[in-house]
Design a protein around this ligand. Structure first.
Ligand SMILES: [Mg+2]
Length: 262
């Protein structure tokens, strides 16, 4: 398997000397396959079809465990990278190893294309009165030489705006932006569930939907996930896929890559 790991700052995996963007099947597929575009559109079109029903059914929530939320305003949670914007050109351009700092630098200098289907769906959801939140694991931390305490957030806000979807920093929730907001996204989803009825989760990584699916667990998860535990969870929550949860294809990077092949 070709390894293209997106790591947090501070982690420094050995460079993968044998890797080449031109030969990477996942990168090539996202970049060139019409099938990639069709799958992304399929996810967003299904979300579009489901939205009116979820707005009407006030007992509905896409966040397992959220109850009695019928009186709350509604929200949709999006991941950002490979859900809203495509990083395929970054994957082609970056020198390995990939780091968050390199990702931020690239996105601050380039306009990334929107994932097919996102812009139309986001506009439609907003017109229906739904608030859009973006929960990303790009980190909220300082970069040496920059005054902004959370420079990654400014970049991500611009990335989303560049798709044509207006957004402010209050709706972009990064890892470590507040205490308790670890890389595990559950705490952020639960916090949002206190103020909003969550209609949908949209992401490209299992962790955008289900907690404790990483090989290296973050609080509150304590155990390392395995290939088998991840597959069990997908089955356990099978009713949500394509009905409240919409997953975009990403063969380039993600929590799935930490595991040995089964
Ligand atoms: Mg992502």
């Amino acid at each position: 398997m070709t390894v293209v790991t997106l790591t947090g700052c501070g982690e420094s995996p050995p460079p993968d000397a044998g890797w080449s963007a031109e030969k990477d099947l996942g990168v090539n597929w996202v970049r060139g396959a019409a099938e990639y575009q069709a799958l992304a559109m399929q996810a967003y079109h299904q979300a579009e079809r489901d939205l009116p029903g979820f707005l009407e059914d006030r007992s509905w929530s896409a966040q397992p465990g959220q109850k009695n939320a019928h009186f709350l305003p509604t929200a949709i949670v999006f991941d950002v990278d490979e859900t809203v914007i495509s990083g395929v050109e970054f994957q082609l351009a970056v020198e390995r190893p990939v780091t968050q700092a390199k990702l931020n630098q690239w996105h601050s200098e380039h306009q990334a294309p929107a994932v097919p289907g996102f812009v139309r769906f986001a506009s439609m959801a907003r017109a229906a009165g739904v608030e859009l939140f973006f929960i990303s694991n790009r980190p909220c931390e300082r970069i040496e030489g920059i005054d902004d305490p959370c420079p990654y957030e400014s970049t991500i806000v611009n990335d989303i705006r560049e798709t044509g979807v207006e957004i402010d920093a209050e709706h972009v929730w990064l890892a470590n932006e507040r205490e308790q907001w670890s890389k595990e996204k559950l705490a952020r989803r639960e916090e949002l569930a206190r103020t909003h009825r969550i209609l949908m989760l949209i992401g490209d990584d299992l962790s955008d939907f289900i907690p404790c699916v990483r090989e290296a667990p973050s609080a509150p998860c304590t155990d390392a996930a395995t290939v088998e535990s991840r597959q069990r969870k997908v089955t356990e929550f099978s009713g949500y896929w394509g009905r409240g949860w919409y997953i975009l294809p990403n063969p380039m990077h993600g929590s799935w890559m930490s595991f040995d092949e089964p």
